[in-house]
Ligand binder design. Structure first.
Ligand code: NI
Length: 180
C-alpha cells in the first residue's frame, strides 16, 4: 500500500498536458503499481476520482470510484472502480448543468461549474481493451473533471461566476442548502 503525495494548485505539472500511456505497457508491473498507488491515494484522501498528473505521473490515466451513499459531495449515484487510459470525450448533448465541484489538488475550496451532462468516453481499460461508455448527470461531471487533469486544466478554469467559488465551510453555510 503506497499513498502518494497529491500535488496542489501552483505545481506546474497540474498545468501540463500528460502523454498518452503506451498501449504495450498496460498491465505491466509498472502500470499495475501506478493504478494501485492511485487507488490507495484516492481512498486515503476520501475522494471520488484521481488523475495520474495529480501524483505527478504525467500519463493519461485516471480512476473514478464512487461508493453508494453519502460522500463529501452528498448522496451520489455509485460508479464502480473504473480505470481510464487515454480517454477521449464526445459530448452527446450540449445542455449543461452545474455542480459544486471540489478537487484534491485545490483543497478546501468548492466552485460551481456547468458542464455537458451527456457524454461518451472512448478509452482503454486496465486490461488494455478498447471500451466505449456513456455517462450522464453528476457522473458525467466527475468524468470531465478528471479528464481535464490530463490536459493541464482545473475546474476553476470553468467557473463562470467568481462569486460561486467558496471555502468549504462557507459553502456549507451559505450555498449547500440552495442546491436543487
Ligand atoms: Ni481534481
Amino acid at each position: 500500500m503506497t499513498i502518494r503525495t497529491i500535488i496542489r494548485m501552483g505545481h506546474p505539472s497540474l498545468r501540463t498536458s500528460a502523454s498518452q500511456f503506451p498501449e504495450k505497457d498496460i498491465n505491466t508491473p509498472r502500470f499495475r503499481t501506478l493504478i494501485q498507488d492511485m487507488r490507495d491515494t484516492l481512498h486515503a484522501a476520501g475522494g471520488i476520482g484521481l488523475a495520474a498528473p495529480q501524483i505527478n505521473e504525467m500519463v493519461q490515466v485516471a480512476i473514478i470510484e464512487i461508493d453508494e451513499g453519502p460522500s463529501r459531495y452528498g448522496d451520489l449515484g455509485a460508479v464502480e472502480f473504473s480505470v481510464f487510459v487515454n480517454p477521449r470525450v464526445t459530448v452527446l448533448k450540449s445542455e449543461t448543468k452545474g455542480y459544486w465541484e471540489g478537487c484534491l489538488s485545490v483543497p478546501g475550496l468548492r466552485g460551481f461549474v456547468n458542464r455537458p451532462q451527456a457524454i461518451q468516453v472512448d478509452y482503454l481499460d486496465a486490461e488494455g481493451c478498447a471500451q466505449q461508455r456513456r455517462f450522464s448527470g453528476f457522473a458525467a461531471t466527475v468524468v470531465q473533471h478528471e479528464f481535464d487533469h490530463l490536459i493541464g486544466k482545473l475546474y476553476i478554469d470553468h467557473i463562470e461566476d467568481p462569486a460561486l467559488l467558496s471555502f468549504e465551510a462557507e459553502f456549507e453555510q451559505f450555498h449547500l442548502s440552495a442546491q436543487d
